[in-house]
Write a protein that binds this ligand. Structure first.
Ligand code: BG6
Length: 478
């Protein structure tokens, strides 16, 4: 079928809370990301509702993009970026989330960032909510469990659509909205939904998740409608984490368990793309005595707020097995995981599976028939700065090469419609999962360590030059 489209959106992706730092500068309010400590591969990050002096909170400093954005965007332009995915920190715009008026300095910051992108013909691709809400909304409203947060979010969304009407056309509503499938995971529930799980039973956690997710889906649908009304040229997507589930064996029980896992992880996209709850979710609610507050008006909102494209992240596949003590084939997250002996793993234990990426793109095309935008992909790895300042990162180039090849095959061999590719953390930033700076994804190295100590000087890695040539050749020189 040929090659990638000529206007293919090559770029890279970041998120406000993981890169900006300046957590309480120019009127920014405390966000849920600001109350999470650092961690490591075997040491989970801690959530501390009040900040503790003896703990380190990596998002407070991050990569200091707030003060480095001009040089960072210049470097992206040197690589030939066509687009740059970033998010708007909600608590920079509405410090408490329920403020009457927005914080002008917060609005101004992103105005300047977008202007800098446009100066180099780089299109901003903006996520409204990337694992970040004002912490005040957690304290006062209980996060997304509260219907009132829908209006607070849509006010934020409307403010952004209006303010950046002439600067931004590509938007996404909620980052990886389906991560909360894993509803017993504290960090997933805080980052997706602003929910602190303390003292809840598993049943209550599940109820909280389905309620919060429903309100987010309604808010997302309202934001899509508002965004289209403000600028009919806006292209507004959802953003889901695509981790295809593989059956451990050809035992029909493993296969069926896998199907249930996929349903449980992707019903979010069914709603955002098709505008209604799939039958299997209605049945699940009924059979599990779950009664989320879903009104007839909500159903109409969902119907009219479907997305223009599917934004997705892909890092790895996941393999699961049926357990005899789970005859109803329930799936909520990692409890069914088994190791896939065919796949190598990253230093952080994530399976490396480029063919799984092609499989994922095909799966999404088969299910949704919508343009796909790959807005995250990449490998977290430790980098070494040589004496002469160079950084050799062949592992990163290998990973990205294989994944870009898979993407191109999905387009050219399988006919999947992919509009762009923005690998994750194109400038080094703080890892979401572990809070480490040393888990690096970037083409651009940022001199800072896991405790935020360093010069914050930027350096080009070998992958910087490699990716430049990939973009220049529209993917033909890998
Ligand atoms: C995605 C998120 O889950 O994966 C990012 O959207 C995150 O915010 C990325 O950083 C990589 O995960 P991690 O844990 O390595 O930072």
């Amino acid at each position: 079928m040929g090659s990638l489209r000529k206007d293919f959106l090559w770029g890279g992706a970041i998120a406000a809370n993981q890169i900006e730092g300046a957590w309480n500068t120019d009127g920014k309010g405390e966000s849920i990301a600001d109350i999470v400590t650092d961690g490591a591969v075997n040491r989970p990050r801690e959530i501390t509702p009040s900040l503790q002096k003896d703990k380190y909170y990596p998002m407070h400093i991050a990569s200091d993009f707030y003060h480095h954005y001009k040089e960072d965007i210049k470097l992206l332009s040197e690589m030939g970026f066509k687009c740059f995915r970033l998010s708007i920190g909600w608590s920079r715009i509405f410090p408490n989330g329920d403020d009457e008026t927005p914080n002008e300095k917060g609005l101004e910051f992103y105005r300047k960032v977008f202007a800098e992108c446009l100066k180099y013909n780089i299109k901003p691709v903006v996520t409204l909510s990337h694992f970040e809400m004002p912490y005040h909304l957690v304290e006062k409203y209980g996060g997304w469990r509260n219907r009132k947060v829908i209006d607070l979010f849509t006010k934020f969304a409307e403010t952004c659509f209006l303010t950046y009407k002439d600067q931004v056309e590509y938007w996404m509503t909620f980052n990886e909205i389906n991560n909360q499938t894993d509803y017993t995971n504290d960090l997933c529930m805080l980052s997706d939904s602003g929910i602190l799980l303390y003292g809840l039973s598993d049943k209550e956690k599940e109820e909280a998740m389905y309620q919060a997710a429903h309100y987010e889906l309604v808010a997302s649908a309202k934001a899509v409608q508002i965004g289209h009304a403000i600028n009919p040229n806006n292209k507004i997507g959802c953003m889901i984490n695509m981790t295809p589930q593989y059956p451990a064996t050809c035992n029909p029980k493993d296969i069926f368990q896998t199907q249930k896992a996929m349903q449980r992880r992707y019903w979010f996209a069914d709603i955002q793309v098709n505008g209604s709850y799939p039958g299997h979710m209605e049945a699940y609610f009924h059979n599990n005595n779950l009664r989320p507050d879903i009104t007839p008006e909500d159903k109409i909102t969902l119907k009219h707020g479907t997305v223009d494209y599917i934004g997705l992240s892909y890092y790895n596949s996941n393999t699961i097995a049926y357990h005899d003590d789970n005859p109803s084939f329930k799936f909520s997250g990692s409890e069914l995981n088994v190791k896939n002996k065919y796949l190598k793993q990253t230093q952080w234990g994530w399976p490396i599976d480029a063919l799984g990426f092609r499989y994922s793109l095909n799966w999404l095309e088969d299910h949704y028939h919508k343009p796909l935008f790959v807005v995250e992909n990449g490998i977290g790895a430790k980098d070494t700065v040589e004496k002469d300042g160079s950084i050799h990162d062949p592992y990163r180039i290998d990973y990205l090469r294989e994944h870009i090849r898979a993407l191109i095959e999905a387009v050219t061999e399988d006919g999947v419609d992919v509009i762009g590719y923005t690998p994750w953390g194109c400038i080094d930033l703080v890892s979401m999962g572990t809070g480490q700076m040393s888990k690096r994804y970037g083409f651009i190295y940022v001199d800072s360590n896991d405790k935020g100590v360093g010069s914050f000087r930027r350096r080009k890695k070998d992958s910087f030059y490699w990716y430049k040539q990939v973009i220049e050749s529209n993917g033909s020189k890998l």
